[in-house]
Design a protein around this ligand. Structure first.
Ligand SMILES: *Cc1c(COP(=O)(O)O)cnc(C)c1O
Length: 213
C-alpha cells in the first residue's frame, strides 16, 4: 500500500514538485517500506525523533527538519541534516552556520513564513523575512544556503482561503527569487498539495497520504 501510494503521488507530481515524505509518528517498518521503493527524501518535525530515526535508518536518506528548532539543539542535527525548513530567526541561521562549519558541511535552509489565518507560534511575516534576508546578506554565512521559503496554509476546508494563502507566499517567493537565487518553495501537505502545486510549490510535504489508505 505504501509503495502504491508513493508511486501514485510521484506520477501525479511529475516534474512539477518533489515529494518529501513526512515520517513523523510512523514506525521504522513503515518508513523502511517507503525507503524500499527507492525514495530517499524524508522529514521529521521533532529533533529527538529525527535523531533516533537517522541513527536507525540507512545513511543515504536526505533528512529535512520541518518543525521548530531551538538553537541549543542545532549541534545534534548539524552532522547530517540536509535541509532545515523551519528557520524563523537570524540568530538560528547564524547558529546553523556555525555548526555546519564545525562539521565541514553546507546546510540548506528555508525561511518559514506564517501564512495561515489561525494563530500559530512559529514562522515570520513578510517584513521579518525581508529584514532577515537583507541582514544575512551582510555577514558571511559561508556554510548555509537559503534556498527559499516554507509555509503552511490554514487548516480549513475553504479551498479559496488556502489558495489565497499559497498565492500570497508564491508572490513573496517570486519577489525574492532572483536576488537570493531561490529554488525551493515548500508548500502543500496531504490535504492541500494539489492546490499548492497549482500555486507553484516545488516541494510538497506529505505524511498521511503516503502511509494511510
Ligand atoms: C505533519 C506535517 C506535514 C504532513 O502532514 P500530512 O497531513 O500527514 O500530510 C507537513 N508539514 C508539516 C510542517 C507537518 O508538521
Amino acid at each position: 500500500m505504501i509503495a502504491e501510494n508513493i508511486s501514485t503521488l510521484k506520477q501525479e507530481l511529475g516534474l512539477k514538485a518533489d515529494l518529501l515524505i513526512v515520517s513523523k509518528n510512523r514506525s521504522i517498518e513503515e518508513i523502511e517500506a517507503a525507503y524500499q521503493t527507492g525514495h530517499r527524501l524524508f522529514a521529521e518535525n521533532r529533533v529527538q525523533a529525527l535523531l533516533e530515526r537517522a541513527d536507525t535508518l540507512p545513511k543515504d536518506i536526505s533528512w529535512h527538519l520541518i518543525g521548530h528548532l531551538q538553537t541549543n539543539k542545532v549541534k545534534y542535527i548539524a552532522p547530517f541534516i540536509s535541509c532545515i525548513q523551519s528557520v524563523d530567526s537570524l540568530k538560528l541561521l547564524k547558529v546553523i552556520n556555525e555548526h555546519a562549519l564545525i562539521n565541514g558541511r553546507t546546510i540548506d535552509c528555508l525561511l518559514q513564513i506564517y501564512i495561515a489565518e489561525e494563530e500559530t507560534k512559529f514562522g515570520m511575516d513578510e517584513k521579518e523575512c525581508r529584514a532577515i534576508l537583507e541582514l544575512q546578506a551582510l555577514i558571511p554565512l559561508s556554510n548555509i544556503r537559503i534556498r527559499g521559503l516554507m509555509g503552511m496554509a490554514s487548516n480549513t476546508n475553504d479551498e479559496a482561503q488556502i489558495k489565497k494563502e499559497f498565492t500570497g507566499l508564491k508572490k513573496l517567493y517570486d519577489s525574492l527569487q532572483q536576488t537570493y537565487h531561490f529554488d525551493m518553495l515548500s508548500m502543500g501537505m496531504s490535504s492541500d498539495y494539489r492546490i499548492a502545486v497549482a500555486c507553484g510549490s516545488t516541494i510538497v510535504r506529505i505524511g498521511s497520504r503516503v502511509f494511510e489508505g
